[in-house]
Write a protein that binds this ligand. Structure first.
Ligand SMILES: [Zn+2]
Length: 115
């Protein structure tokens, strides 16, 4: 299978996800490869209402970051399958994944039959 076009699309998406993750989180210095959410406000002398806002924004950043990280892991896994030469094989039946499906989602891990 020719993986060049999928590889470049995966790398593009990886870069985009890294930029998005950097806007809601920061790399966790104690856990390599992990990201932690940052509150969008770093409050000074916040009153109770403001503190609630900060908590809420941290929670929504956590949710956004979790989604981004999940997708990011999927992309990294697809890139590593390219490296290992197993890219484009269904993880259930090991048959080739339809090219149209990979074009729709280059990180797809299963064929149309095993969605
Ligand atoms: Zn399959």
């Amino acid at each position: 299978m020719k993986t060049d076009q999928f590889k470049s699309r995966l790398e593009e998406e990886k870069a985009k996800l890294e930029a998005e993750m950097a806007s809601v989180g920061r790399k966790n210095p104690s856990v390599p490869g992990d990201w932690e959410p940052i509150p969008s406000e770093t409050g000074v002398e916040a009153d109770l209402v403001d503190q609630a806002d900060v908590v809420m924004s941290r929670e929504s950043n956590t949710a956004i970051l979790a989604d981004l990280e999940a997708r990011y892991d999927t992309i990294l896994a697809a890139l590593s399958r390219i490296e290992k030469g197993t890219y484009g094989k269904c993880s259930v039946c090991t048959k080739d994944i339809e090219v149209a499906r990979l074009e729709a989602d280059p990180a797809a891990t299963t064929c149309v039959e095993h969605l």
